[in-house]
Design a protein around this ligand. Sequence first.
Ligand code: B12
Length: 212
Amino acid sequence: MNEYQKIYDAIIEGDEEAALQEAEALLTQAVAPMDIINYGLIAAMDEIGRLYKEEEIFIPEMMMSAQAVTEVINMLKPHMPSGSGSRGSVVIGTVEGDIHDIGKNLVALLLYSNGYAVHDLGNNVAPEDFVAAAGQYDADVVALSALLTTTMENMEHTIEAFSSAGLRDRVKIIIGGAPVTQEYADEIHADGYSENAQEAVELVTALLGEDK
Ligand code: B12
């Protein structure tokens, strides 16, 4: 049994209390918060997705596991570096029609920890709300998340809304989420795509330049 097995099992069971306790225990053993997230939480969510697809579990179970993951991430937040907000302004949200927000929250957290000012619009965000927020926060980057093949097209609609508002050249738009690919990013003329939250930080850094 590896050190992440207990927290993995607790997430699969949707047992928030046990998951929080185990996260505390791992922190006292000096395990890095990002390792707990990657090897405990994300690994368990992948398995939850598989179990749901195989109809071994249903939406209520998936919701309990998601809730446990969210609470553990909230608990880990203060144990991660807090950023200066000086490296650039990022507006982030999950696109319209989609309420999945765990991955988006992780991207927001890592960007914040790495020095970016992050303005999180939440989930189910309409294209015009992304455009308005980008203006309000003078965004350098707009980051779009989608977890459903049916809502991915709202990434394209959001990019179109920036073009219609005459703001497309003012911001870099990046996209991500489990069904999203580099090919799709190219197809809808996004400025970038990354597979996970750590790479999202590298992507934003590359797009804005180190001196930003
Ligand atoms: C948890 C979950 C839920 C929870 C969400 C709770 C929440 N607060 O987010 C609940 C129970 C609400 C839910 C609901 C539904 N879900 Co759901 N859900 C999942 C599940 C199991 C895990 C998602 C997750 O959190 N993964 C962990 C995070 C960390 O990973 P991630 O989101 O991919 O993010 C990482 C990267 O993608 C990337 N990233 C993410 N965003 C961004 C953005 C940028 C800019 C960048 C650069 C990178 C990036 O970085 C992240 C960290 O590394 C997935 C299965 C799966 N394997 O994805 C199904 C899944 C996404 N759901 C699915 C479905 C069908 C649904 C429902 C339609 C079910 C229904 N019939 O009602 C509803 C949709 C509701 C809606 N309108 O949005 C399907 C989608 C199928 C498809 N092809 O479209 C999946 C794949 C399950 C399956 N195998 O069938 N779901």
